[in-house]
Write a protein that binds this ligand. Structure first.
Ligand SMILES: [Zn+2]
Length: 504
């Protein structure tokens, strides 16, 4: 004890403890705690990411901080981007006593205005469903003498999520912000979704400061409208995502592939059935990022006459909100998208484009169509939302095409249709035959693969003291470590597990 105190007094370095608490050995629920102790000041504790665990709700209901540390001990939170597995634990952290500000990019702040309340709605509905299953529904039959399990409450409500928005402060890319004595942050472009940042922390003061570069989630280069991932040149420690640690993306021409699928689908959709009308091309896509990317590509293909000018319906209130935020942040666009804006062209608007805001507008799409149409909506895995209704009504007819454009998690309808090629599926408790053509494009992935991340890491001008691999399934983490050992053999690569603690 005494020796350690003496060392601290004579050591000019700040003491930094890093606790990977979520997305450590796992791909969801990002949560990292830092404890920074300067020579003269008390310890500052802050969180990097405040993500909801999307596979195991017990984790969200548990005390996620190390023993002895309370949410009220956390001074502030830094958030890399708006996806719920990086942001969606915030209302719960506030309910548990967190009382500080949250720093994220200005565009992420705008996206969270609807993403967090939506997450609150989902939490409330999940709790309601569980209570109904447990017999709590009003008027439900309860056997005499049967004891009901206690009512569960939602992790947080939509109202709590809305209140959490007041805590969020919007930052810009490429500026250094001092968040506290001895803690500064700089965001740089991550090219994952609008506003997503690679986060570089400077911990400590002057030349004794330690730098930590966290990739957040990094996207692929050459994607529509977003700028490419910005290069970071040095850091003492790097924390890298590993989602595609064991996968390489195909390198085909994305626009040509989409054009071929749409033209083929259009040929079949033109056949008009007396009862059902013409066919449709249904594209389930994630509301934030994927929808806008697909709209951008469709506009481009129509403008260059590579596909016909079909009417495009965007039928998802969340995707409509997300598109609004994308239209606002033109300063984040790449050169190609900026040129469109300068020429007065709206990047996410095809010539015949409609947004369905009400249920009534959405239901009109059920009427037999006189010509083929494209319907885009979320969820991207066809797990719910209006798009699921459109798929249910169209899946049994061969003139229709369903194009999946994003990651499909095991168990989701999208995964089943793409990977298992079933002859029938069950949707809303109804058995539906699968006669529509099912297409899948992995080209729209929002994550760089391992070779793309390794190329980025190779451009660091000096070797970090440690490279931590997080945000990956166990197989992806292990494979990524292997690839790194081949490409950067003298780097110290660590796969932390939740509850490990590292002194940096
Ligand atoms: Zn993400």
């Amino acid at each position: 004890m005494k020796r350690e105190t003496t060392k601290r007094l004579t050591d000019p370095q700040p003491r930094v403890k890093f606790h990977p608490l979520g997305s450590a050995g796992d791909v969801t629920g990002s949560l990292f705690l830092f404890e920074v102790t300067l020579e003269t000041a008390k310890t500052i504790r802050f969180l990097l990411e405040v993500g909801l665990h999307q596979d195991d709700d017990n984790i969200n209901h548990s005390h996620r901080l190390p023993k002895g540390i309370k949410m009220s001990d956390i001074a502030f939170i830094v958030m890399s981007h708006a996806h719920i597995d990086h942001s969606g634990y915030l209302p719960k952290a506030i309910a548990d006593g967190f009382n500080g500000p949250v720093y994220t990019h200005e565009a992420s702040k705008d996206l969270l205005r609807f993403l967090l309340p939506d997450s609150g709605n989902l939490q409330e509905r999940a709790a309601e469903r569980l209570n109904e299953r447990n017999g709590h529904k009003r008027g439900a039959h309860t056997a005499r003498g049967a004891k009901l399990p206690p009512r569960v409450t939602a992790l947080y409500s939509a109202a709590e999520a809305r209140r959490a928005l007041d805590r969020i402060k919007g930052l810009q890319y490429d500026r250094l912000y001092k968040l506290a004595e001895g803690v500064s942050v700089k965001f740089t472009e991550a090219s994952h979704i609008l506003g997503a940042a690679v986060v570089t922390l400077t911990l400590g003061l002057g030349k004794n400061a330690k730098t930590v570069c966290f990739t957040g989630n990094v996207g692929r280069s050459g994607m529509p409208f977003l700028k490419d991932l910005a290069q970071v040149l040095e850091a003492d420690y790097i924390i890298s995502e590993s989602t595609y640690g064991n996968k390489l993306h195909g390198k085909r021409d994305r626009l040509a592939a989409l054009a071929a699928i749409i033209n083929d689908a259009h040929k079949r959709a033109k056949r008009r059935d007396p009862k059902f009308g013409c066919g449709s091309i249904v594209i389930p896509a994630f509301a934030v990022g994927r929808v806008q990317t697909v709209l951008y590509d469709l506009r481009e293909l129509m403008a260059t006459k590579r596909i016909p000018d079909l009417t495009v319906f965007l039928d998802s209130p969340m995707a409509v909100e997300a598109t609004k935020v994308h239209r606002k942040h033109t300063g984040l666009y790449n050169d190609a998208a900026c040129k469109l804006i300068a020429a007065g062209i709206e990047p996410f608007k095809t010539p015949r484009y409609m947004e369905c805001k009400s249920w009534g507008q959405s239901r009109l799409l059920d009427k037999p169509a006189n010509e083929p149409v494209i319907i885009i909506g979320s969820s991207g895995m066809a797990a719910g939302g209006r798009i699921l209704g459109h798929i249910e009504k169209r899946l049994d007819r061969a003139e229709n095409t369903i194009v999946f454009v994003g990651y499909q998690g095991t168990g989701a309808l999208g995964y089943t249709l793409v990977n298992e090629k079933p002859s029938q599926v069950t949707i809303h408790d109804k058995v539906v035959k699968v006669n529509a053509k099912i297409e899948y494009m992995s080209d729209y992935s929002g994550h760089a693969d391992y070779s793309e991340i390794i190329d980025w890491l190779k451009k660091f001008t000096r070797k970090p003291k440690k490279l931590f691999l997080v945000h990956g399934d166990p197989d992806a983490l292990t494979a990524f470590k292997g690839h790194l050992q081949e490409s950067l053999p003298d780097w110290n690569v660590v796969i932390p597990q939740s509850r490990n603690c590292f002194e940096l």
